[in-house]
Design a protein around this ligand. Structure first.
Ligand code: ZN
Length: 304
């Protein structure tokens, strides 16, 4: 019997880079172009994305995002506290005390609601930065799931340490972020290749490589991992571990070129899209194009 694999393509939708060295597209218009290119490529393969959107953009471009969700794509909230325009901070979310996290997340949630007319229920922090209080606060604010963890990444400068995090969809823990718990928040971690050991990334952190097309901070990959063998390793391990809800989560940013023939990100993207179905077939998996909204609901149903 084939086992279901929920395939989740995601995107961090960032505002224009405020200054040299900050991540983000060169302009909001270029960022929106990248969003549409990503959507169109995915659509041609039968996938819909989950977009985690920085709150300023939901206010400045509400029609754009409302239109984006019309085909069943999902929208969630994304905040880098370092570049959150109404109240920029010296560090990312996980480095802030609980009251500050609550204040900023509430502000971002209200901005999103004002822009798009409903409260977000999905969340991904900038740089996957979180502390032990983050999930509890997300629940207080009505979030039901998201992409908070990046198993294995150690980047203290960005308040991102997930050294022993559980790597599959799970309910978050109320006291210790790396454990499985019973909070009503379904975390669906980014898929990383745990099989080849922890790697040092030239940007300055330790991690297990993930499938994102292009690099973390530049158009070209800082380290050129073979996306196809990485995909196979990730899925082989998923099959061996056999979690109740199996997911494949891919992240990208809206400052990449997903269509140009000379773009490395576009090349990686195509390689990955071509490899998913045949790799799943050899492992007895049935890939199901999904969004975070759908998989959060599915996870809850499985537990009923
Ligand atoms: Zn981001």
């Amino acid at each position: 019997m084939q086992r279901e694999l929920f395939v989740l393509f995601t995107m961090d939708v960032e505002p224009a880079a405020a200054a040299a060295g900050h991540s983000g597209p060169v302009s909001d218009e270029a960022g929106m172009r990248a969003v549409l290119d990503y959507r169109d490529v995915l659509r041609s393969w039968g996938y819909r994305a989950t977009y985690f959107v920085h709150p300023e953009l939901t206010q400045s471009q509400p029609e754009f995002f409302t239109g984006l969700a019309k085909d069943g794509s999902a929208l969630g909230l994304h905040i880098h506290t370092t570049k959150f325009a109404p109240s920029p901070q010296p560090c990312e979310l996980g480095g802030l005390v609980a009251d500050e996290q609550r204040r900023l997340l509430r502000m971002g949630t209200e901005m999103f609601e004002k822009g798009l007319g409903y409260r977000p229920t999905l969340f991904r922090p900038g740089c996957f930065s979180a502390s032990d209080v983050t999930y509890q606060i997300l629940c207080e604010l009505g979030f039901s799931g998201g992409s908070v963890s990046i198993p294995g990444r150690i980047w203290p400068e960005r308040s991102c340490v997930w050294s022993g995090a559980y790597p599959y969809a799970h309910l978050a823990h109320r006291a210790f972020r790396q454990s499985v718990g019973d909070l009503p928040f379904v975390d669906i971690p980014l898929s990383v290749d745990l099989t080849g050991g922890l790697k040092h990334h030239p940007v300055g952190f330790c991690h297990y490589p993930d499938l994102r097309p292009g690099g973390v901070y530049s158009e070209a990959a800082e380290v050129d991992y073979d996306r196809c063998s990485m995909l196979r390793s990730i899925l082989q391990r998923t099959v061996a571990d056999d979690p109740p809800v199996k997911t494949l989560v891919v992240d990208v940013h809206n400052d990449r070129d997903f269509t140009a023939t000379d773009s490395q990100a576009a090349g990686h993207f195509t390689q990955l899209l071509e490899a998913i179905v045949p790799t799943c077939r050899t492992l007895g998996l049935k890939p199901i194009p999904s969004t975070y909204t759908e998989v959060v609901q599915r996870f809850r149903k499985e537990r009923e």
